[in-house]
Write a protein that binds this ligand. Structure first.
Ligand code: ZN
Length: 395
C-alpha cells in the first residue's frame, strides 16, 4: 500500500522500534542477471564512475573479473570524451584514469601506459590546490583524496605509487585549511560550503568530507596534529547534534528541515561518518553509536525510496550500506538482516518495475550497477564499506 508521503514506501518488515526481519536471501542468479544486463549496455558516451563506463569497470574489478574490467576501462579511455577539468573520483576525469590504472595494473603490471596515467592523476593536484576548488566529495578535494586512497591500495608496493602519499597529504591539508578559513565565530572549528550553501550530507557536505579525512588518518596513517584532530572531533560532534527528532540529518543548514533519506543527503551519510569516526575517537563511542543507531532506524523506516530502487547515490541499494556500517560498529547481526532485507526488497521491486526510472538505469550510482555491487557483498557475507567512498580498508 502506498502511503501519502511521496519519497518512500513503508517498510513491510518494520515492527515499531525493532529491526528483526526474516526474509529470503538474494540469490547468485539475481546478481548474474544484473551483471549481464549491465554488460550489454555500457554507456561510453559517459566515461565517469558515477553514471558512466568507468563505474562499470569498477564494478567488474569488485566482482573479480579483471579482464572484463580492463576491456571496459580501455574502451572508456579510448572513446570517452574528455570530462570537465576537475579532480574527483566519482564525476571527473581523475576517476576514469584511476579505474583504468588499477585495471591495467592488475592485468598487466608492466604496461608502459601506467607511468603516464599515474602522472596525469598526480598532476591534477594543481587543480585541487587552487583556491576556488570546492572541498566536497562529488566534485571537490574530498573526491580527489578518495581517488588517491583508491590507488594506494593497489600501488602501495609499486615505485609508481611513491608520490601518491605526498599528494594525499597536500590535499588533506588543503581541506583542513579551507575548513578553518571558512569557520564562523560561532559554530564548529571546521566549516565547508558548496555553491553558496552549507551542505551536511555525504555527497556535497560535511559528512562526506569528514569521512574521507578520517579514513585517510585511520587507514593510511597520515599524520595529523592534535589541534586538527580536535577540530575534526568537535566538527563531527557538532554535525551529529543537528539530528532531527526522527534522527535524520537536514540536507543543508539553511533548509532547516530534513526530508531526504539517501546517501547523498540525510541520515545514511551521518551513519557512515559516525561509525568511521568511532574508530579514531574512542571516548565518543557511546554517544555517537547511540546517534548512529537512531539514524540507522530512520533509514530502516524511510529508506525504501520510490524514485531509486537500485542506485547507490539516492537508491535503496546505497541505503543498505548504512546497515553494514552499523553491523561493523556494533557486531549486532540484526543490522545485517536489515541490509539483506533491503537487498531482497530492491530485487523484488526492480523485477516488478514499479518504481525504478533513473536517467542512467545501468549505471553504478543511479542504476542497477549499485544493486549488483550490493548483491555481491551480501552474497559474500560479512559487511563491506560504501562503494567508492568508505571501502578502502577492505579492498
Ligand atoms: Zn544522490
Amino acid at each position: 500500500m502506498m502511503p501519502n508521503h511521496a519519497r518512500y514506501i513503508d517498510n513491510p518488515y518494520v515492527v515499531e522500534g525493532e529491526t528483526n526481519p526474516t526474509c529470503k536471501f538474494p540469490a547468485k542468479d539475481d546478481l548474474d542477471a544484473l551483471v549481464a544486463r549491465i554488460g550489454r549496455r555500457v554507456d561510453y558516451t559517459r566515461p565517469d564512475v558515477y553514471v558512466g563506463a568507468s563505474g562499470v569497470a569498477l564494478l567488474q574489478l569488485h566482482l573479480g573479473d579483471h579482464a572484463r574490467a580492463l576491456v571496459v576501462a580501455e574502451n572508456a579511455l579510448r572513446t570517452g570524451r574528455r570530462l570537465r577539468s576537475g579532480c574527483s573520483f566519482l564525476c571527473d576525469h581523475v576517476g576514469l584514469l584511476s579505474v583504468a590504472a588499477v585495471a591495467i595494473h592488475r592485468e598487466r603490471p608492466d604496461d608502459t601506459r601506467l607511468p603516464d596515467l599515474i602522472h596525469r592523476i598526480e598532476a591534477a593536484v594543481e587543480y585541487v590546490l587552487r583556491k576556488d576548488t570546492g572541498d566536497e566529495l562529488l566534485y571537490g578535494r574530498a573526491g580527489y583524496l578518495y581517488a588517491i586512497q583508491f590507488l594506494r591500495k593497489d600501488f602501495a608496493r609499486d615505485p609508481l605509487g611513491s608520490k601518491l602519499p605526498v599528494v594525499a597529504k597536500q590535499t588533506f591539508d588543503a581541506i583542513l585549511a579551507s575548513g578553518r578559513r571558512s569557520a564562523l565565530a560561532r559554530g564548529p572549528p571546521l566549516y565547508w560550503r558548496w555553491r553558496g550553501k552549507t551542505y551536511l550530507g555525504a555527497a556535497h557536505g560535511f559528512a562526506g568530507i569528514l569521512t574521507v579525512l578520517l579514513q585517510e588518518h585511520r587507514v593510511f596513517g597520515t599524520v595529523i596534529t592534535p589541534e586538527d584532530l580536535q577540530a575534526i572531533k568537535a566538527t563531527v560532534d557538532w554535525l551529529a547534534r543537528l539530528q532531527t527528532n526522527d534522527a535524520n540529518l537536514p540536507s543543508t543548514l539553511e533548509s532547516g528541515h530534513a526530508d531526504l533519506v539517501q546517501f547523498c543527503h540525510g541520515a545514511p551519510g551521518l551513519v557512515l561518518l559516525l561509525t568511521e569516526a568511532m574508530g579514531t575517537f574512542e571516548d565518543m563511542q557511546k554517544d555517537w553509536l547511540r546517534m548512529a543507531e537512531k539514524a540507522g532506524l530512520c533509514v530502516w523506516r524511510k529508506g525504501l525510496l520510490v524514485k531509486g530502487v537500485s542506485g547507490l547515490c539516492h537508491g535503496i541499494a546505497g541505503n543498505a550500506y548504512t546497515f553494514g556500517a552499523l553491523h561493523r560498529a556494533t557486531g549486532d547481526t540484526r543490522w545485517l538482516s536489515c541490509r539483506d532485507a533491503f537487498a531482497t526488497l530492491a530485487v523484488k521491486l526492480l523485477s516488478q518495475s514499479r518504481l525504478d526510472n533513473p536517467d542512467h538505469p545501468y549505471s553504478l550510482f543511479e542504476g542497477i550497477g549499485g544493486l549488483a555491487w550490493l548483491l555481491s557483498d551480501v552474497l559474500k557475507g560479512g559487511e563491506a564499506g560504501f562503494p567508492a567512498f568508505s571501502d578502502v580498508a577492505e579492498r
